[in-house]
Design a protein around this ligand. Structure first.
Ligand code: ATP
Ligand code: MG
Length: 353
C-alpha cells in the first residue's frame, strides 16, 4: 500500500501522548479505516528518512498480539505511521471509564502482552520499552494487541529530549541506568496489571476501606487525572498524604509532581518494596503472577517466554482467568458514577460475566 497524507481523510481525534498525536482516518482510495500516529521529529530530514527505514520492520510483524501496520510516510516535520484501528481504544481509557477490570480480563491482558513480548523478542529481537495501559489496545473482536514498541532506535533518540525521560512504569534497573532487557518490560507489565485490577495507578494510595468521603474524593481525583500525562499521575489525596510523610514532595497546581517529586517517586521505585495486589482480594494465581513480574532484581525476574512457559503458575492462572471474550468489556463504554472498591469488582470464580 503506497500511503500518502493526501489520501487520508481525518475522522476523529483518538488521543495525544507525550510523543505525538493519534487520529482516526479513512484511506480514501481503499476505504480502509486506520489510526494515524504523527510524531514530531525536530531533526534533519536524513534522520526522518532513517526513522522511516527503521519503521519498516513494523510491516514484518505478523502476530495476533501485535498491531499491524499499513505504512509510514513523512509529512514534514512529522513522521506518520498508519496502523490498524482498534475500536475499543487502549486499556487506560477502558479502565478510566469502566473502573477496575474483572480479574479475568486482567488475566487475558497479561497473557496477551506476554505473548506479544515473546513474539517481538523471539522473531524480531525487539524489546518493547513502553509497556503501559495506553499502549495495550482492544477491539470488539476481543483481540488485545501491543502498539508503540521500540522498533526504531533513531525515533527513540529523536523524541527522547521531548520526553521527561522517565516513566513511572520503568523498572528499577532502568531507572538506575543499568542494562535494559526484555525483563524490564515484564516489570512494566506488573505495574500495568495492578493498575487495571485496582482501577488506579499502584503508586497512588487506595482510600481507607470504610471512609466514604475519602472514597468520593478519591473517585473525583481519579477523574481529574489527565490521561496524556499518566506518566506522573498522583492524586491530590496521595499528594497530601505523601507530603505529610515526606515534607520534601512538592506539587504543581494541577496536582502533578514537580521534578523533585518525580525523583522521589523514582527513588521509591528503586528503594521501597514493589507494589502488590491487596492480599486476599484476588485469586492467589493473580497475586503470584504480579509478584513474579515485580521482582526487583532483573536476575530474579523471569523473561516473558518463561513466564508463559512456567505453566505451574501461569496455566493455573489461565484456567482461572477463563477467557471471557469481548462481551464483558463491551460494557466498557458505560461510565461508572462512583468508583467501586476493588473487592466489589471481582467476578467470583465460576460466575458468568
Ligand atoms: P505516550 O505518548 O506517553 O506513549 P499514549 O500512549 O497515551 O502516551 P499515544 O501513543 O500518542 O499516547 O496514543 C494516544 C491515544 O490514542 C492512546 O491512548 C490510545 O487510546 C489511542 N490510540 C493509539 N493507537 C490507536 C489505535 N491503533 N486504535 C485506536 N486508538 C488508538
Ligand atoms: Mg502510545
Amino acid at each position: 500500500l503506497d500511503l500518502k497524507g493526501s489520501d487520508l481523510e481525518k475522522l476523529a481525534d483518538l488521543g495525544q501522548g507525550n510523543g505525538g498525536s493519534v487520529e482516526k482516518v479513512k484511506h480514501v482510495p481503499t476505504g480502509t479505516i486506520m489510526a494515524k500516529k504523527s510524531v514530531l521529529i525536530d531533526a534533519k530530514s536524513s534522520v526522518r528518512k532513517q526513522i522511516l527505514r527503521e519503521l519498516d520492520i513494523m510491516h514484518e510483524c505478523n502476530s495476533e498480539y501485535i498491531i499491524s501496520c499499513y505504512g509510514s510516510f513523512i509529512e514534514d516535520p512529522n513522521v506518520c505511521t498508519c496502523i490498524e484501528f482498534m475500536d475499543k481504544g487502549s486499556f487506560d481509557g477502558i479502565y478510566k471509564s469502566y473502573g477496575a477490570l474483572p480479574v479475568e480480563v486482567v488475566g487475558r491482558v497479561a497473557m496477551s502482552v506476554l505473548e506479544g513480548l515473546t513474539y517481538l523478542y523471539d522473531v524480531h529481537r525487539i524489546i518493547h520499552r513502553d509497556i503501559k495501559p495506553s499502549n495495550i489496545l482492544f477491539n470488539s473482536e476481543g483481540q488485545i494487541k501491543l502498539c508503540d514498541f521500540g522498533v526504531s532506535g533513531e525515533l527513540i533518540n529523536s523524541i527522547a529530549h521531548t520526553f521527561v525521560g522517565t516513566s513511572v512504569y520503568m523498572s528499577p534497573e532502568r531507572i538506575q541506568g543499568a542494562d535494559y532487557s526484555v525483563k524490564s518490560d515484564v516489570w512494566s507489565l506488573g505495574i500495568s496489571l495492578i493498575e487495571l485490577a485496582l482501577g488506579a495507578f499502584p503508586f497512588t494510595d487506595p482510600p481507607d476501606d470504610d471512609d466514604l468521603s475519602d472514597l468520593e474524593e478519591y473517585a473525583g481525583n481519579q477523574q481529574k487525572t489527565p490521561t496524556h500525562r499518566d506518566s506522573f499521575v498522583v492524586s491530590h489525596k496521595t499528594a497530601k498524604r505523601a507530603s505529610k510523610r515526606r515534607s520534601k514532595l512538592e506539587f504543581q497546581p494541577d496536582g502533578g509532581l514537580t521534578t523533585m517529586s518525580i525523583i522521589e517517586l523514582m527513588h521509591q521505585i528503586v528503594q521501597e518494596p514493589s507494589p502488590r495486589l491487596p492480599e486476599g482480594k484476588f485469586p492467589k494465581e493473580a497475586e503470584e503472577l504480579v509478584d513474579a513480574c515485580l521482582l526487583k532484581r532483573p536476575e530474579d525476574r523471569e523473561a516473558p517466554k518463561s513466564l508463559l512457559y512456567d505453566l505451574g503458575t501461569v496455566e493455573q492462572a489461565a484456567a482461572l482467568f477463563e477467557l471471557i471474550g469481548a462481551k464483558s468489556l463491551l460494557i466498557a463504554g458505560r461510565t461508572r458514577t462512583a468508583l467501586m472498591k476493588p473487592s466489589q469488582c471481582i467476578i467470583p470464580k465460576g460466575s458468568q460475566p
